[in-house]
Write a protein that binds this ligand. Structure first.
Ligand SMILES: O=C(CO)COP(=O)(O)O
Length: 173
């Protein structure tokens, strides 16, 4: 139905779907496979809760979420991963550039180990969670942050344009 309407992209695995609609990783993975089979492009979201981060489970949680997506990612060129720590979504508490970079580097290396360096290098990794026009440039300057999934700040035109241009204006390390 979506592709019939000319919709090119779907967002899957958002933390609200996982928490409020009971979508587990296996379900998200199946939806990724189905969307790709229908010719859609996918933004697949993953992210840990604050409790998971604080108890040291973060990387295991992310790996479990990524595993289900990777099993169904028949074409990585049509899949974008969005790292959205649950504690940062809509809270005004943004991950620090170092926190986000740590996870993004982990995810790129994880995909590299599974699908090879070429796939890892071309993988697009977005950060989402309280991105705004004040924090976007520093986040965009991190080597493994390729762009953003923006919620609240997209309602402010001026802020959103600055976020869209952040990658270009960031000083790459
Ligand atoms: O969930 C988000 C985008 O999917 C992020 O929302 P905020 O940018 O408002 O935190």
């Amino acid at each position: 139905m979506l592709s019939d309407c000319g919709v090119p992209w779907v967002i899957l695995g958002h933390s609200e779907r996982r928490a409020l609609c009971g979508e587990d990783s296996a379900t998200v993975g199946k939806k990724v496979g189905h969307a790709l089979a229908q010719g859609l492009r996918v933004i697949a979201c993953i992210g840990e809760t604050l409790a998971q981060r604080e108890s040291g489970e973060m990387f295991a949680v992310l790996e479990e979420q990524m595993g289900a997506i990777a099993e169904n990612a028949s074409d990585w060129a049509r899949v974008v991963i969005a790292y959205e720590p649950v504690w940062a979504i809509g809270t005004g508490v943004v991950a620090t550039p170092a926190q986000a970079q740590e996870v993004h580097a982990f995810l790129r290396a994880w995909v590299g180990g599974r699908s090879g360096e070429a796939v890892a290098a071309s993988l697009r990794l977005l950060y989402g969670g309280s991105v705004n026009d004040a924090n976007c440039v520093e986040l965009a300057g991190q080597p493994d942050i390729d762009g953003f999934l923006v919620g609240g700040a997209s309602l402010n035109g001026g802020a959103f344009v600055k976020i869209c241009n952040a990658q270009a204006s960031a000083v790459r390390r």
